[in-house]
Design a protein around this ligand. Structure first.
Ligand code: MN
Ligand code: MN
Length: 266
């Protein structure tokens, strides 16, 4: 049996969520739906990921809190990368993406991020918490962890965040100008970070911050499927089971996970 190339890893952390808790419960609820016999695990490219040795699930990382939790996340991702495994992380709130990218930046010099979200998450200082889920991309950009950050689905840009967008030269495709035929240009490998609230709450009600006017599930899938670049890692964050209806958004996470497996399995 070949060694798995992709590992799903759960980070049950929501202490950096500003408005409500709940995303810490997400990894287990997503797994429950992944294992449901109401669905199969075929991606739309025809590959069946049920019992497929190309990936495994390494479970949740037990986390403490504060900076120590951030270090634990970074170290667990580094452990996978050192073994040549592509991590597919399930959060947790969006604060997990900063420590994940710290580990990635050691391995990939010219890494790019394709980021789906309603929010730019670029606040320099949000409620005095440097690890806030409103700030991961400020932390990533201010120390130059990646070559390029491209954001789509954005529809909440405040003046403060616009300053940060300009400061870090972020390529933002906001919803007001959304065009499903737009093309993305990257030089080097791509990391995909999906905040579930990038989708419209009609499609994914299980998020802490409902921001109408977002992407349809199909639009999100198409953008991912059409990314013709090496996808070296990904995360799905901000799913909040406490806000979900009949596991609808959990199943959106499962769908996204299947398509990410398909993109990463190359
Ligand atoms: Mn968001
Ligand atoms: Mn976010």
């Amino acid at each position: 049996m070949p060694n798995s190339q992709i590992s799903v890893i759960g980070f049950p952390l929501d202490e950096n969520s500003s408005f409500m808790k709940g995303p810490a419960k997400a990894p287990d609820v997503i797994r429950k739906n992944l294992d449901s016999y109401s669905i199969n695990l075929c991606a739309e490219n025809g590959v069946d990921f049920r019992d497929n040795p190309c990936w495994d699930d390494v479970g949740n990382v037990e986390l403490s809190s504060g900076a120590e939790a951030m270090d634990q996340i970074e170290n667990s991702i580094r452990g996978l990368l050192d073994k040549g495994i592509k991590p597919l992380s399930i959060g947790g709130d969006h604060s997990i993406t900063f420590p994940i990218l710290k580990a990635f930046a050691e391995k990939y010099e010219k890494l790019n991020i394709f980021h789906i979200d309603a929010h730019p998450d670029l606040y320099d200082n949000f409620e005095e918490n440097p690890f806030s889920h409103a700030s991961p991309f400020a932390r990533i950009m201010e120390i130059g962890l990646v070559n390029k950050l491209v954001q789509v689905g954005i529809r909440t840009i405040s003046p403060l965040q616009q300053n940060q967008i300009d400061r870090f030269n972020v390529e933002v495709h906001d919803m007001i100008d959304f065009d499903s035929s737009m093309k993305f240009d990257f030089d080097g490998p791509v990391y995909i970070s999906i905040d579930l609230d990038g989708l419209d709450p009609a499609f994914a009600p299980g998020v802490s911050h409902h921001e109408p006017g977002g992407l349809s599930t199909r639009q999100a899938l198409q953008m991912i499927q059409n990314l013709d670049y090496e996808i070296v890692g990904a995360d799905i964050v901000e799913y909040n089971p406490d806000r979900d209806i009949n596991d609808m958004a959990a199943m959106v996470c499962v769908k996204l996970l299947k398509e990410l497996l398909a993109k990463m399995n190359n």
